[in-house]
Design a protein around this ligand. Structure first.
Ligand code: DGY
Length: 322
């Protein structure tokens, strides 16, 4: 019998093509709303696998209700919404799509750093409001990044790409806080591994590239922001849950830190009345880190191949749980 895959959102055509080529049937959820787990569970009985893109909570209850599934194939590098322990216990494979999105995500972090440092999003809004009046030598002043220090929290593939861009473009000094040593970054970029507190105290830009885990949940809170330089920019392109949004807003309002660039928010999506959207030194994007044609095609292809390989009894291309 032909295998069947459920896909939680529209995905690039390449994934559907790969499934077709391998005689696998699929259903794509195309409604313009997130389909919650409770609604999805009864539907899943007819499927052998699921490709997940978006915020579906794949918790123990979901997995126990769908234990016939062979694989949860994430079309993302992050899998914080999956109970990995439960998947292991129940023998359900979990795949993800690392590597191919590192450049695009680092580009987004770099863009947000630069946009915050020059108040670019705010200035654009000022033009739309009809407030471009005259050239004022004392107004709209931002911060320069040349020769400054970048602190990377979580120096994996994406953090490395961000460090490379900042070292190359601005000769920024790279310090990092990471579980292990990143020898390549130390050799190629002169990166220096430091303690978390040293990173906070010495960085002009702190850029977060770590996974959301119980240890990193709201790691950036009032106390942590208070250890940063008043001139520092906080950049988060990883997961919004890594910062406490109320504490971030307060830190920006009272000058504890200077600015922020966010591709991820806490909670997500951010509502239009969020004060961060009206702060001149803040740039916010709606979680588009990996949103380029090439990157999304590559992610979709890996997600599909992980499903195909599972049905063929082969090792996953990228496995979280095998
Ligand atoms: C990822 O790949 O984890 C992106 O953030 C999309 O969720």
């Amino acid at each position: 019998m032909r295998k069947r895959v459920y896909i939680t959102r529209n995905v690039p055509e390449i994934a559907l093509q790969l499934l077709n080529d391998n005689q696998i049937d699929y259903t794509v959820w195309t409604e313009n709303r997130h389909q919650p787990a409770e609604e999805l569970i009864p539907v899943m009985k007819e499927y052998d696998a699921i490709i997940v893109s978006g915020p579906l909570q794949v918790d123990r209850h979901f997995l126990e209700s769908c234990r016939h599934l062979r694989i949860i194939s994430m079309m993302s590098v992050g899998y914080d919404n999956v109970d990995v322990t439960a998947a292991k216990d129940l023998g359900i494979a979990v795949g993800n799509t690392p590597g191919v999105l590192s450049g695009a995500t680092a580009d987004t972090a770099f863009l947000l750093m630069l946009a915050a440092s020059r108040k670019a999003f705010h200035m654009h809004k000022e033009i739309l409001r009809g407030n471009w009046n005259f050239w004022d030598p004392t107004a709209n002043l931002g911060l320069e990044l040349n020769g400054k220090t970048l602190g990377i929290v979580g120096l994996g593939r994406i953090g490395f790409e961000m460090a490379q861009r900042c070292a190359g473009a601005y000769g920024m000094k790279i310090i990092y806080y990471n579980r292990g040593i990143n020898e390549e970054a130390e050799r190629q970029l002169g990166a220096i591994r430091v303690s978390f507190d040293e990173l906070l105290q010495n960085s002009d830009v702190v850029s977060v590239h770590t996974a959301l885990t119980p240890e990193t949940k709201e790691l950036f809170n009032k106390e942590v922001f208070s250890k940063m330089k008043p001139s520092a920019i906080f950049v988060n392109t990883a997961r919004g849950g890594i910062h406490n949004e109320g504490d971030l807003i307060a830190a920006l309002q009272n000058g504890t830190i200077w600015g922020a660039g966010l591709d991820v928010t806490n909670p997500e999506p951010m509502t239009a009345d969020n004060p961060l959207l009206n702060m001149p030194n803040v740039a916010v994007l709606p979680h588009i880190g990996s949103a380029t044609v090439d990157t999304r095609n590559a992610m979709a292809a890996i997600a599909a191949r992980n499903v195909i390989r599972t049905f063929e009894g082969k090792e996953l291309e990228h496995a979280v749980v095998e």
